[in-house]
Design a protein around this ligand. Structure first.
Ligand SMILES: Cc1cc2nc3c(=O)[nH]c(=O)nc-3n(C[C@H](O)[C@H](O)[C@H](O)COP(=O)(O)OP(=O)(O)OC[C@H]3O[C@@H](n4cnc5c(N)ncnc54)[C@H](O)[C@@H]3O)c2cc1C
Length: 378
C-alpha cells in the first residue's frame, strides 16, 4: 500500500508525482516501456505562458518561476507574422499573446527568411525553450527517491476497496487511498475503468516536420515564428527548423503518426510566408493532445503566482467542495488542457455541463477557420 497511485508517465503524471512525493509514497504506472513516450516527448518544447485557453495560461504562468529556478528554460522570443489578408487574425493573436508590434522590416532583420509580403509582425520575449527531457527526468528522480515508477504496465482494471483503490497493471495489484488519473488522451478510458463517468475528452493529433532551413540560413538565434493564419508555426531546432501545421485532427487515443497531406499543407502555408522554398524534410512525427468540456471549464485553484486569479465571470465556474484534511484526489490529464487539483482542504469539481459540450469541427474546417490562440491546446 502506498499513498498515491498515478496512472500515466507523461509530464502531467510525473509532475503530479514529484509534487505528491513530499506528501507520501507514490507509485506511478506507465503503459509504455519509456516515460514520456507520447505527447510529452513530441512537443515543440516551447514555454509560452500567455498561450492557450484561460486555465492553460494560469497554469503556465504559475509554473514559470519554478522552471526558471530549475534552470530548464532558455530565452526564445516568439514572433507573430501575417500578411495584409491575415490582419484580423494577427490583431487577435497579438493581443492574446500580449505581444509588442514591430515593423515588418525589423522582423525581417531578425529573420531574413521572412517574405516581403509580411506586413504585420509582433514580438514577445516572455517565452522560453524548455528542456523537456530535464523536466521529465527531474520529476522521475523525485518520485523514485521514496516511491516507484513501473513502466511497461498497462492499467487493465481499477476497483474500489475499503481503503481506496486497487489498480491492476502488468499482472500486479497496487493499492492506495488516492488515485490520480494522468493518462492524457486515455484519461476517459481510465475513468471508465474506475467506474467514473467520462468527461468527453477528444484526442487531437498535431504533426511536426523537421526541415533544413530554407535558403541555408543560420537560424539558431531566430525567434519561434507563428503564422497569424493559424495553420503553421516554426521553431529553430539544432541547426534545422521544426514546422507544425498546427492541426487539431480528432482521433481515437493511439500512438499517433504524421499525415503526409497535412504536413504538406502546413509546409506550403509556412513556405508562403518565406522568401525561399522548403527543400528537405529531415524527419516527422505527431502526438496527441486532447480537449473536451475541460477546454474551457476545468480550472485549477488559485495559486500565489497567478496574477490574474480566476475572477473571469464569463468562464464556467468550478464549485469548491470542502473535504477532510487528506487530499482526496487530483486529476491531471491532457497536459496543458485538463487540470483539476486541490488547495489545502478544498478540492475542486466542475459544474456538470456535458450538455454544453459540442464535438470538434472537422480537421480541415478547424485548420482553415483560424482557431484563436486562446482556444488552441498547444
Ligand atoms: C506536436 C506537438 C507539439 C506540442 N508542443 C508543445 C509546446 O511547445 N509546449 C507545450 O507546453 N505543449 C506542447 N504540446 C502539448 C504537450 O506535449 C502535452 O500537453 C503534454 O505532453 C501532455 O502530457 P500528458 O502527461 O497529459 O499526456 P501524455 O504525454 O500523453 O501522457 C499520458 C501517458 O498515459 C499513459 N497511459 C495511457 N493509458 C494508460 C494505461 N491504461 N495504463 C498506464 N499508462 C497509460 C500513456 O502511455 C502516456 O504515456 C505539444 C503537443 C504535440 C503533439
Amino acid at each position: 500500500m502506498v499513498d498515491f497511485i498515478i496512472i500515466g508517465g507523461g509530464v502531467a503524471g510525473l509532475s503530479a508525482g514529484a509534487h505528491l512525493a513530499s506528501h507520501g509514497r507514490v507509485t506511478l504506472i506507465e503503459a509504455e516501456a519509456q516515460l514520456g513516450h507520447h505527447a510529452s516527448s513530441r512537443s515543440a518544447a516551447v514555454h509560452i505562458p500567455t498561450y492557450g485557453a484561460g486555465p492553460v495560461k494560469d497554469i503556465s504562468i504559475a509554473s514559470t518561476e519554478a522552471h526558471l529556478a530549475a534552470g530548464v528554460l532558455t530565452p526564445r522570443p516568439v514572433m507573430l507574422v501575417g500578411t495584409a489578408e491575415e490582419a484580423e487574425g494577427f490583431a487577435r493573436d497579438a493581443k492574446d499573446l500580449r505581444m509588442t508590434p514591430i515593423s515588418p522590416d525589423a522582423a525581417r532583420d531578425m529573420v531574413p527568411l521572412l517574405s516581403a509580403d509580411i506586413s504585420h509582425a509582433a514580438l514577445t520575449r516572455e517565452t522560453w525553450d524548455i528542456d523537456t527531457d530535464a523536466v521529465l527526468q527531474a520529476y522521475a528522480r523525485a518520485i523514485r527517491a521514496d516511491g516507484q515508477i513501473v513502466t511497461g504496465a498497462r492499467v487493465e482494471a481499477i476497483a474500489r476497496t475499503a481503503t481506496g483503490w486497487r489498480v491492476t497493471a502488468g499482472g500486479a495489484d497496487h493499492d492506495a487511498p488516492v488515485l490520480v488519473n494522468a493518462a492524457g488522451p486515455w484519461a476517459d478510458e481510465i475513468a471508465t475503468l474506475a467506474g467514473i463517468a467520462p468527461v468527453g475528452l477528444v484526442a487531437l493529433r498535431r504533426s511536426m516536420a523537421r526541415i533544413g532551413v530554407p535558403g541555408g540560413h543560420e537560424a539558431r538565434d531566430w525567434p519561434m515564428l507563428i503564422g497569424a493564419s493559424g495553420d503553421w508555426y516554426a521553431k529553430p531546432d539544432a541547426g534545422a527548423l521544426i514546422v507544425s501545421p498546427s492541426e487539431e485532427h480528432p482521433l481515437p487515443p493511439q500512438d499517433a503518426w504524421a499525415d503526409d497531406m497535412v504536413l504538406a499543407e502546413g509546409l506550403a502555408a509556412f513556405e508562403a510566408h518565406m522568401n525561399a522554398p522548403v527543400e528537405r524534410m529531415i524527419a516527422n512525427w505527431a502526438g496527441l493532445g486532447c480537449w473536451g468540456r475541460c477546454r474551457s471549464s476545468i480550472r485549477p485553484p488559485p495559486t500565489p503566482y497567478s496574477p490574474r486569479g480566476f475572477a473571469d465571470a464569463a468562464r464556467p465556474r468550478l464549485t469548491p467542495v470542502k473535504e477532510s484534511k487528506r487530499i482526496e484526489g487530483i486529476s491531471t490529464s491532457g497536459g496543458n488542457q485538463n487540470q483539476g487539483g486541490h488547495a489545502g482542504e478544498t478540492s475542486w469539481t466542475t459544474v456538470p455541463s456535458r450538455a454544453s459540450w459540442t464535438p470538434p469541427p472537422s480537421p480541415f474546417s478547424a485548420r482553415r477557420t483560424t482557431t484563436p490562440l486562446s482556444a488552441r491546446w498547444c
